[in-house]
Design a protein around this ligand. Structure first.
Ligand SMILES: Cc1cc2nc3c(=O)[nH]c(=O)nc-3n(C[C@H](O)[C@H](O)[C@H](O)COP(=O)(O)O)c2cc1C
Length: 202
């Protein structure tokens, strides 16, 4: 069994850091925000997850002050859009670095749909979208209390959009929704299209 401290990785054996392959798959936060001048922004974040459900909260982590974390901070709101198999190319397009003010919706050929309770619009074609209000915006530090570049934004879900065609017997049919997620290395993804069930012991 190999053991190493992250900074001491054997780069001959493991030329690419496997960290992201261990924590996999990572769901993708496809985040829409609005900038101070009203510019609409959309970008994917795979350092993303649900963190609790009472109240429902989600988070995404930005490697530096990118527009999504900056605008979520200034506007206090963001929307999570579910990236699905059908939307995979468009999702990827929205990760391109565009000049501030140029809409990733437009560049990726995506329609916007208005949100109900927050200013950022949602991706019209996404079958699920969660409207969120920001509760924390945290600048991370490392174990030596040195600032890390990452900013984590936590939002509380205040509104849910769900395409009712995906409701089957009162439950959301995840295998039909086909959400995509990030896996190990550059360009690796997976898709949720099959589930297995395991009941917790009493
Ligand atoms: C699938 C995917 C996941 C990504 N995850 C992250 C992430 O977790 N954190 C990050 O800082 N950038 C991530 N990126 C890169 C950002 O999407 C990219 O830097 C984007 O231009 C940021 O846009 P913004 O400045 O409009 O927020 C990811 C890109 C892709 C394609």
């Amino acid at each position: 069994m190999l053991f190493y401290e992250p900074a001491e990785r054997n780069r001959d054996l493991l030329p690419h850091d496997p960290f992201k392959a261990f924590i996999a798959p990572r769901p993708i936060g496809w985040v829409s925000t609005v900038g101070p001048g009203g510019a609409v922004n959309l970008a994917p974040y795979s350092y993303f997850n649900a963190v609790c459900d009472r109240p429902p909260m989600i988070m995404f982590s930005s490697d530096g002050p990118k527009d999504s974390a900056t605008f979520a901070g200034s506007g206090g709101e963001f929307v999570w859009n579910m990236p699905t198999w059908d939307l995979r190319e468009a999702m990827n397009e929205t990760s391109a670095s565009l000049p501030r003010g140029r809409s990733e919706f437009e560049a990726a050929g995506l329609e916007m749909a208005p949100s109900r309770l927050v200013a950022p619009p949602r991706v019209a074609a996404a079958p699920v979208a969660l409207e969120c209000r920001v509760v924390h915006r945290v600048q991370l530090q490392d174990i030596d209390s040195q600032p890390a570049p990452n900013i984590v934004v936590f939002g509380q879900v205040v509104g849910v959009h769900l395409d009712e065609r995906y409701i089957v017997d009162g439950r959301v049919d995840l295998a039909a929704l086909k959400p995509i997620a990030r896996c190990g290395y550059k360009g690796d993804y997976t898709v949720v299209d099959a589930l297995f069930e395991m009941v917790r012991p009493a």
